[in-house]
Design a protein. Structure first.
Length: 179
């Protein structure tokens, strides 16, 4: 029997089948890579949030506290949240208590000395909110706007620029607690 070889139609069918299988495969790979990239940026954002939170936890609870972890009555806590005289959020080494970080807008992201961390510039930005909260036993934490309480909540948000995503980490720190 004569070997008739492969016809053009057959070749085209094989090519079409290959392409048909390739397109979803390539799509899957691209989506996978994109997913990995998003997971990567969320991991970085979380570590940027974590490191700032750790830095803040090194500060004393209040401007009027003599040192970290020393109890002071609520009445003598400073009246306003935010940096105090001579302190500058662009140079975070000047911040000595946790609420000095309130309203911090860390964009571009900087280290404590104020040096821009270029690897994160235009990719991430950090912001902080510090507020007095009520922490009732077994109840829900509520924000206290009227007066001072013995609890400050520190919330660090890291936004991934261009991805419309952000991560937030927070901690509640109590007056006089060793942490
Ligand atoms: Ca201060
Ligand atoms: Ca302060």
């Amino acid at each position: 029997m004569k070997n008739r070889g492969i016809t053009l139609i057959e070749v085209l069918i094989v090519v079409a089948l290959l392409l048909g299988g390739l397109v979803p495969l390539v799509k899957m790979i691209i989506e996978g890579l994109r997913g990995t990239q998003i997971m990567g940026s969320i991991t970085v954002a979380n570590s940027l949030a974590q490191s700032l939170l750790e830095e803040i936890k090194q500060r004393k609870w209040d401007e009027n506290a003599p040192q970290k972890g020393v109890y002071i009555p609520t009445t003598s806590a400073s009246d306003t949240l935010g940096p105090d005289s001579g302190e500058n959020q662009n140079y975070r080494y000047t911040l000595d208590d946790i609420d000095d970080y309130d309203d911090l807008d860390d964009n571009p992201i900087k280290d404590e000395s104020g040096a821009v961390l270029t690897e994160y510039a235009n990719k991430y930005k950090r912001s902080v909110v510090v507020e007095y909260v009520n922490v009732p036993l077994g109840g829900t934490v509520t924000v206290e706007t009227g007066t001072k309480t013995d609890y400050k909540r520190v919330k660090v948000t890291v936004e991934i620029i261009g991805e419309n995503r952000s991560v937030t980490q927070s901690v509640i720190l109590a007056n006089g607690t060793f942490y």
